[in-house]
Design a binder for this molecule. Structure first.
Ligand code: PLP
Length: 414
């Protein structure tokens, strides 16, 4: 028989846009004993998780619960539950994850209208508002923070414009939730999808979502039509049942409601992890946490610039939790990344599509977003770039970051 060694993953410094390092308290939570899915102790944990999600999503929505699966499971659950074949879905795209919204919407039979913007920039809210008024879509689906380009889309007035034409606004906040303000109610977002392995710093495997009565009305209307027809023995052709059982929000919310109608078996250990992760987020406090993400971003950016590197993307719309760097001409970006990993145990990311080989991406998310990691990545990157004979300003990066930290402390003692 083949001999398999003990599982013993290396301790890494993970500075990617996810998955990121996880607080040991969250890892510990995952090792607790299993409870049955209808054990009152467990359903209490489910309810507390919903309460905490409402706070993190900044909403009074009744529905705020995790979908079991990675972040795209949350996106898919929302879209497959609300899109009926033929519905017009407007998707503003400024990076890779906009295309994911298109791909899923098309599979649901939507008539997709794309609005495209050069990568590295975002839309002005007015451009999107004009498109909403012109197209009068049933649904607008868009990304809040694009991890592929390190850009963040402002939402001013977009929610209101959707209400004017009675469109539902669905937002992928996978990369931003827990790291950057996401104001579900204030921005009039109808459905918001979050991720665990980014700024919430919980392992990959769940996707918290929230949605309001406008979304619920569409989900339930479909459910009623389907059930009515089935009971009458009528044919379902012509009506459009939700094409997924696993991702049907109508069934999922019955499971997360006091009815506890059996659907899937809730992922016990992941729920423990999410509850502990959310507890830590709220214990730190949302505002303090957002400020922490900004302050480590500032130190990282100061260090990279002092080294002589150039950032990618329009600085006016920079996503605070992802910093993109142009790979200097003539340098093998992948060779730099593998030396960082193999020699220093540090992981940074490359990018996708048109940006592959063009930029590196450094995440400052959640538990990975700390002074030790920022200084560690700057020092190691300088050494690796010098090893690759790149032209960098020697000895400047860490000093600039240290100055930034010293300065930040004077400004805001917290
Ligand atoms: C990471 C990410 C996703 C996909 O998440 P998975 O967990 O890999 O399914 C979707 N949207 C955005 C903006 C992301 O950053």
């Amino acid at each position: 028989m083949k001999f398999y060694k003990d599982l013993s993953p290396s301790l890494r410094t993970i500075m990617t846009p996810g998955p990121v390092e996880v607080d040991p308290r969250v890892l510990r939570a995952m090792s607790y004993p299993i409870l049955g899915q209808f054990d009152p102790e467990f359903t209490d944990l489910m309810n507390e998780t919903m309460e905490m999600l409402r706070e993190v999503f900044q909403t009074n929505n009744q529905w705020a619960y995790p979908i079991d699966g990675t972040s795209r499971s949350g996106i898919e659950a929302v879209l497959v539950s609300i899109i009926e074949p033929g519905d017009k879905v407007l998707v503003p795209i400024y990076g890779r994850f906009g295309h994911l919204l298109v791909e899923i919407s098309e599979r649901c039979g939507a008539e997709v209208v794309m609005l495209e913007r050069e990568w590295g920039t975002v839309f002005t809210p007015q451009e999107i508002i004009d498109a909403i008024r012109r197209e009068k879509p049933i649904i607008v689906a868009m990304v809040h923070g694009e991890t592929s380009t390190g850009c963040i889309q402002p939402f001013d007035g977009i929610g209101a414009a959707c209400r004017e034409v009675d469109a539902l606004l669905v937002v992928d906040a996978v990369a931003t939730i827990g790291g950057v303000p996401v104001k579900t109610d204030a921005w009039q977002l109808d459905a918001v999808i979050g991720g665990t392995q980014k700024c919430l710093s919980v392992p990959s495997g769940m996707s918290p979502v929230t949605y309001n009565e406008r979304i619920e009305a569409k989900v339930l209307r479909r459910k009623t039509i389907e059930r009515g027809l089935r009971e009458k023995g009528a044919s379902l052709s012509g009506v459009k049942p939700v094409a997924s059982n696993y991702f049907d929000l109508g069934m999922l919310q019955d499971y997360w409601s006091p009815k506890r109608l059996n659907h899937h078996t809730e992922a016990t250990s992941m729920l423990y992890a999410l509850r502990e992760g959310l507890r830590l987020v709220l214990q730190e406090g949302l505002e303090v946490r957002f400020k922490r993400h900004k302050s480590h971003e500032a130190a990282l950016v100061a260090g990279l610039k002092a080294m002589g590197l150039t950032l990618y993307g329009n600085p006016d719309c920079k996503l605070p939790v992802v910093t993109c760097i142009l790979i200097p001409d003539g340098l093998d970006g992948e060779s730099v990344r593998s030396m960082l990993l193999n020699t220093f145990g540090i992981e940074i990311a490359s990018s996708f599509g048109p940006l592959k080989g063009q930029i590196w991406r450094i995440g400052t998310m959640g538990f990975s977003c700390n002074q030790k990691n920022v200084l560690h990545v700057l020092g190691a990157l300088e050494a690796v770039l010098l090893w690759h004979r790149a032209d960098v300003n020697v000895g400047k990066a860490l000093q600039a970051a240290l100055h930034q930290y010293a300065h930040a402390e004077e400004e805001q003692p917290c």
